[in-house]
Ligand binder design. Sequence first.
Ligand code: CP
Length: 308
Amino acid sequence: MSQLKTKHLLGIKNLTPEEIQLIFETADNFKDVLNRPIKKVPSLRDVTVANVFFENSTRTRLSFELAEKRLSADVINFSSASSSVKKGETLLDTVNNILAMKVDMVVMRHSSPGAPNFLAKHIDANIINAGDGTHEHPTQALLDTFSIREKLGDVAGKKVVIVGDILHSRVALSNIFALQKLGAEVMVCGPATLLPKYIGDLGVKVELDIRKALEWCDVANVLRIQLERQKMRYFPSLREYSLYYGINKQLLQSLNKEIVIMHPGPINRGVEITSDVADSEHSIILDQVENGVAVRMAVLYLLAGKKA
Ligand code: CP
């Protein structure tokens, strides 16, 4: 396979395993480029990319911007907090105005699930979903699985547990799809109140006991508690959550094996993970961030100029 089937990246759900492998192999090449003294290639010269963020972001926005600049694209950045959205402009009007400035690709983060799908139906530019509400975060899942492949040699056959706030997490859903397509076994672990009712339909194992989950897995991907999306109390207090589901050094040392620790960020140190785990030799959290640039370069490169 030498190209992706569609002109947008809206989610992992509709990607084939072969397409994910193509993204990984392209990212391998770009990772080599990023380790050279001159980290820039002319692949996206004359392509203009708009990063349109209706929700806060540090890693994803910076990583996309850097990926675009490493590919020599022209880049414009839009943040809803300082825009005319505050004056009542609609999503479609906002994006159409950006496109009138001859933009070719739109990288969008939005709090509404399906917002990038809506946009893809109405405009010609290539759309990349940079996280839509509680739905999908495809490039995060691609960089997460790419990092597992880098650390453990392959994703197939590995046991991966996703820990924490599964209910509100777009990272969890995209990771479940990506891991399953690549042949990993997937488990979710968290309080029952933070597991979605449809979890049984996704073909994953469910475990409420964190120790049993960690004993089972090769990799634990630890998620943040998304308090900003929680409209009610799902557990008594953060202290109690930390006591029952927090990953700390003592817990890891009591296991009969070593496991790889991941986190998509941002980390709430002392809540879902302690500093002595996040910063330990078992953690690949900063490798995930580093790999994000190469993976996003691969996605941009493979989608640029695609018309259908
Ligand atoms: N992982 C992630 O999406 O982080 P940001 O919200 O900082 O982009």
